[in-house]
Design a protein around this ligand. Sequence first.
Ligand code: ADP
Ligand code: MG
Length: 730
Amino acid sequence: MSLRFSAINNLSDAANVAKTVPNTKITAIFGENVFTLKTAREFLSDEAFKSLSSSVKSGKKIDRSVANQIANGLRAWAEAKGVTHFTHWFQPLTGTTAEKHDSFFTLKSDGTAIEEFDGAALVQQEPDASSFPNGGLRATFEARGYTAWDPSSPAFIMEIGQGKTLCIPTIFISYTGESLDYKAPLLKALEALNKSAIDVCNYFDKNISKVTATLGWEQEYFVIDEGLANARPDLVQCGRTVFGASPAKGQQLEDHYFGSIPERTYAFMRDFEAESYKLGIPLRTRHNEVAPAQFECAPIFEEVSIAVDHNTLLMDVMDRVARRHHLRVLIHEKPFAGINGSGKHNNWSMSTDTGVNLLAPGKTPKTNLMFLTFFVNTIKAVHDYADLLRASIASAGNDHRLGANEAPPAIISVFVGQYLAKVLGEIETRVGDKFDEQDEAILKLDIHKSIPELLLDNTDRNRTSPFAFTGNKFEFRAVGSGANCANAMTTLNSIMAETLKTFKADVDGLIEKGEKKEIAIMQTLQKYIIESKKVLFEGDGYSEEWHKEAAKRGLPNIPTTPLALDAMVTEKAKKLFETNHVYSHTELEARHEIELEKYLKKVQIEARIMGDLALNHIIPTAIKYQNELVSNINGLKAVGLPETSYSSQLAILNEVTAHVHVIYTKVNELVEARKVANSIESTRERAIAYCSQIKDVYFDEIRYHVDKLEQLVDDEQWSLPKYRELLFLR
Ligand code: ADP
Ligand code: MG
C-alpha cells in the first residue's frame, strides 16, 4: 500500500490517540520556566539582583564577578527544576533558532566530578560560526563568532520530552564585532528609536526618559496530519506543496473562518499554549483562519525584543508539540496553491516610561499634538523608506503572497481611516498659511473620542493595506508567517528613529528662528504631510486600479525578492543604518548577500524536489496507468470490438502521454537552466536567474501538467496525498 493510503487508513488511529491535555489555570503555570526578576530575587544575592535588574532596565553591562553570582543562582534555580544542561540560545540568519547544549557536569583537575556553571559560561560561548551564514564576513575578517549573553531577555527552561535545558538568550557576533544574527541589530535599532523618540517626547513632557517600541504579532499557520504530510516529500523538504490540483471544495464557502475548531487541532492548541505559558509567552487569542486547516494565534503585546524572542520560541514550540499529536504545523507563507497563504501581522506602537501609548490619540490638546506628531512621523518614515520596508519582508515564501490577491500587495502604502485622513487633509490645506494661535482649533480636534468609534469599528478596517492604522497602533500586515519579525522590526524602528531625528532638527530650526514651539511643530507636521501624502491610500489594495494609480504616484512596486533586496544596499540605506548605529556598510552588504543566498537556495531546493517528484512519483504512476489503458485497448481490440468501444481510452492515453512528454522535457530543461544559473558568479545575478529563468519559466508550467495528470490518472495509483485529503482530513 502506498504511503498515501496507509496514512489515510491510519488517520482515525492518529486522531484517537490525540493527547488529552489537562485543564490548568493559566496563572498557575505562566512563566514557571522563566528566570523572571521575581524568581531572580529568590535565587540571587542583593548585589547580583540589583545588577541584573538595572541591566534589564537600562541595558547596562554586568561585570564578571557579578556574572559568577548570577550564573550560580541560575544553576541553582534550574537544577531545582531537574535541568542538567544549558545552552546559549540565539537567532542566526538561517531563520530558525540555534542551540548548542553543554552539561553543567565537569571534571576537576583531580578527576572529581562536579556540576558547574560559572560567569564565563553565562556571558560568552563560541559556537562554530562557520556553519552559519555570514555573507562573506568570515572571509573578510577571518572572524570566528561568539554568542554573548543578553540580560534584557530572561533565561528560560526548554522542555523537550523528558529533557530540560536552561536556555540563555544571547546575541551572535563575530570576533571583530559584526552582528551575525537578528537580535543584535534589533537591539541597536530599538536603542536608536529610544534616543530619537525621547527627544521628541520632551517637547510635550519633560518627564519622559524612556520610549519602548511594542509589538503584538498575529501568527497564522496550517495544521495537517503527520502521516499525510510524511507522504509528501515536498512538504517534508520545502514546507510547501509544489504540486496538487485544486480540490472541488477549497475555501470558496468561507465556512472555516471563525468556525468551530476541530477537536484534534484543539487539543494541539491547548497543549502548545500550555507550553508557551510556562515560557512566559502571553498568548491571548486563537481562531480558525479563512483557508481550510488554517489557524491563527496572537499574544498580548510586549516590548519588541521580548515579543520577537517569544515569537521565535513559539514557532519552535508549535513544531515540537505538533509532533506529539501526530500533526505537522506548516509556517510557510504559501503551503497550498489556490488557498490563502499565511502572514504574521506585526502590530506596532511606542510607549513611554510615563505609561503613554504614543500612537493612542490624546485626551488633551497637548497630548493630541504628541499623538499627531508620532502618527505623522510614522507616515513620513514609511513614505521615505517604503523600499526598505519592502526589502525587510522579502523572501521566497512571501513572494507567493504579496500581490496574490489574498495579502497586501508589494506596494507599500499606509491606511489611516476616513477620520484621520480628514484631519491630515485639514492640516495640509493650510498651505502657505502660518499656523498661529487660532490653530488651537486643530489641536483641540476631538480625535480621541472619534477615533475609537471609527477605527476600532471593523467596517472602517482595511484588510488590503500593508500598513494600517488601527486605532492605537499600526499594523504591518505584509510580514510573512515564517519570518523572524526582527527583520521587519529592525527596519521599522530604524526608519522611525531617523525620521524623528530629522523632525527634531526641523522643529528646533524653526524655534531658533523665533517660532513658538507648538507652531513650529504644526508647521513641520504640515510639511511632512505634504511630502508624504502619496503613500496614503484608503482604497482596495488588491485592485488593478491601485497598481496603476501607485505607478502614477511613483510608489515602488517590486514583486520579487532578488530585486526588492536591492533597497538594502542603496546609499540611502547605508547612511540610515550607519548613522543610527544599526548596521555598518559591511554588515549591510553581508546581510544583503545572505538574503539573496537564502532566496536562491530555497528556489533551488524547490526545483530539485519538483524534478524528483516528477521523475520518481508522477511519471512512473502515469506509465502504469498508460499500461493499463494500453492493455485494455488491446484486449477490446482482440475480442473484435469496434474502435468506438475504446476511443475514450485512446483519448485518455493520448492526453496522459502528452502531459508526460511535457513534464519530462521541461524537467530536463529545468536541470540545464539550473546548471546555467549555478555558473553565474554574482550572487545577485544568480538569484535573479533563479527567479526569472527557473521559477518563472518552469514552475507553473510543470505544475500545470502534473496537476492535469492528477485529475486523469486512476486515484488508486496516485501516490501523493491530494489537497482534499491534506486540507480536510483530520
Ligand atoms: P485585531 O487586529 O485582530 O482586531 P487586536 O486589535 O486585539 O486584534 O490586536 C491584535 C494584536 O495587536 C494583539 O497581539 C495585541 O496585543 C496587539 N496590540 C494592541 N495594542 C498594541 C500596541 N499598543 N502595541 C503593539 N501591539 C498592540
Ligand atoms: Mg489584526
